[in-house]
Design a protein around this ligand. Structure first.
Ligand code: HEM
Length: 476
């Protein structure tokens, strides 16, 4: 096995791991132990990958060996026993689901079909910021909240064609959805004794964690069922815009897929779309804005680019984005330094394998530390911590789409994020319009040095404190 810190009997390294920022802690360990670090977390054998070269070995050379997922109590329950995509083991059913989602749910043409939804919602957010900037000039606007609200509204419309208005009945529905989602995220990151010490599962029952998990599952299940029933209601009529639920139900009814899709498969996939799709894009925009506030030269360049390209048109449309190479570089640079999922989603080996000269047994959990790889000086040269979008215009061209292992915010290989195009469309359109429409300042009494880079623990790496900035409308 690769080297790693010495652990204690029975619990291994469990107590040594810093749960507040595991990606940072694992990166520090890699400075001592090298590109492959071994850990023992309870009964689980874990190997952490911290360089582009090793990531390529795992996600390309030996992708087939390393493309399963470990199971945990929380994931099993919320994924309808692995009937989803993100947490399913690598088997025939997963392969069919992945193909189906690539072809029917996240293809370029499907992503394109939701363009009006994205443009409409981004325009609404810009209007809202604009109103708030006019009414109380120097009051800071909570961009973190606005971005979360934007991405969850977009995802709800893409997934099941519903727009949750703020306030009124829609407001109640929206907060129900949001609190269910928050609880699901909490369940994914909660410590279940049974995951590490199977004989101690009773502790999870006694602590109430299993009860919380079951409650969350039942509430989300009822929510999905309501949406399914609404879509199956014959009086619903034909909708102008086909949503993901419509597509899945057609496949379910038509039996055109090789696996017999059940309603549980559909519910499990919806869970992935909500969990994977809502806050990852919001986090990417918030980190981009944070870096730009800390780097006024880059902010100036990005604003100049978008304002020159768009002129007095009033809104950046999706087709305009192709004319904004600097903006695209800002997004890549942000995803390099603060990938929304810093440790991607853990993988599990299906058979013994030699990796970097070490013997990795079957059923080893693999964490690919994309956050560490983004700061590897071998790949990124001197000062990898520096925010410098210009680096993407020098030397070899590097993209985020899974072919360049020094930049893998969406993963790579068989488990790559299937919704990468949808995610980039959300992020680039929102950011471009925020930069086009407003000049941004720190709240009175603060400077950009006061902006912290602290993160919240979780699968998605959010900024710990909300990003609140003062917006002044740019006169076109
Ligand atoms: C900036 C936004 C996003 C980022 C950074 C991101 C990142 C990721 C990463 C790192 C993985 C794991 C890849 C691996 O294991 O190699 C993943 C998987 C996945 N993502 Fe995304 N994602 C984003 C947006 C979305 C959206 C919008 C959706 C759905 C609407 C989505 C759905 C999924 C699904 C279903 C998987 C599981 C794929 C599999 O296991 O085969 N993601 N994503």
């Amino acid at each position: 096995l690769p080297p790693g810190p010495r652990g204690l009997p029975f619990i291994g390294n469990l107590l040594q791991l810093d749960p507040s920022a595991p990606h940072r802690h694992l990166w520090q360990l890699s400075q001592t132990y090298g590109p492959l670090t071994s850990l023992k977390l309870g009964r689980a054998r874990v190997v952490v990958v911290s360089t582009a070269k090793m990531a390529e070995q795992v996600m390309k050379t030996h992708d087939l060996t390393f493309c399963s997922r470990p199971t945990t109590v929380g994931l099993q329950k919320l994924s309808y026993n692995g009937r989803d995509l993100a947490f399913a083991p690598y088997d025939a059913c997963f392969r069919e689901m992945k193909k189906l989602s690539m072809v029917h749910l996240f293809s370029l043409s499907r992503v394109q079909s939701f363009r009006p939804v994205r443009e409409h919602e981004v325009a609404k957010m810009i209007e809202k910021i604009s109103r708030s900037s006019l009414s109380l000039e120097s009051r800071p606007f909570n961009l973190s909240e606005a971005m979360m609200s934007l991405t969850s509204t977009i995802i709800c419309q893409v997934a099941f064609g519903k727009r949750y208005e703020e306030g009124g009945v829609g407001g109640v529905e929206r907060s129900r959805f949001q609190s269910l989602l928050n609880e699901t995220q909490a369940m994914f990151t909660s410590f279940f004794f049974s995951d590490h010490f199977p004989c101690m599962g009773f502790v999870d029952r006694l602590s109430g964690l299993i009860g919380r998990l079951e409650k969350n599952f039942e509430e989300f299940d009822a929510f999905y069922q309501e949406v399914i029933d609404e879509h199956l209601d014959p009086s619903r009529g034909k909708q102008e815009q086909e949503d993901i639920m419509d597509v899945l139900l057609q496949i379910w009814k038509g039996g055109s897929s090789k696996v017999q899709l059940s309603l549980d498969h559909i519910k499990a996939l919806l869970m992935n779309i909500f969990v994977g799709g809502t806050d990852t894009s919001a986090a990417a925009v918030i980190w981009s804005m944070t870096y730009l506030m800390k780097n006024p030269k880059s902010m100036g360049k990005a604003q100049k680019e978008v304002r020159l390209a768009i002129g007095k048109k009033g809104f950046v449309n999706e087709e305009d984005i192709q004319q904004l190479p600097y903006l695209k570089a800002v997004v890549k640079e942000t995803l390099r330094l603060q990938p929304s999922a810093p440790l991607l989603i853990p993988r599990e080996s299906t058979q013994d394998c030699i990796l970097g000269g070490y013997e990795i047994p079957a059923k080893t959990v693999i964490h690919v530390n994309a956050w560490a790889i983004g700061r590897d000086p071998v790949a990124w040269g001197e000062n990898p911590e520096e925010f410098k979008p210009e680096r993407f215009f020098m030397g070899k061209s590097i993209d985020v789409k899974g072919a360049d292992f020094e930049l893998i915010p969406f993963g790579a290989g068989r488990r790559i994020c299937p919704a990468m195009h949808m995610a980039l469309a959300n992020v680039e359109l929102s950011l471009a319009n925020l930069l086009y429409a407003f000049d941004w300042q720190m709240p009175i009494g603060m400077t950009s040095d006061d902006l912290d880079m602290d993160v919240l623990p979780g699968l998605t790496m959010h900024k710990k404190t909300a990003l609140c900035l003062v917006a002044t409308e740019f006169v076109k």
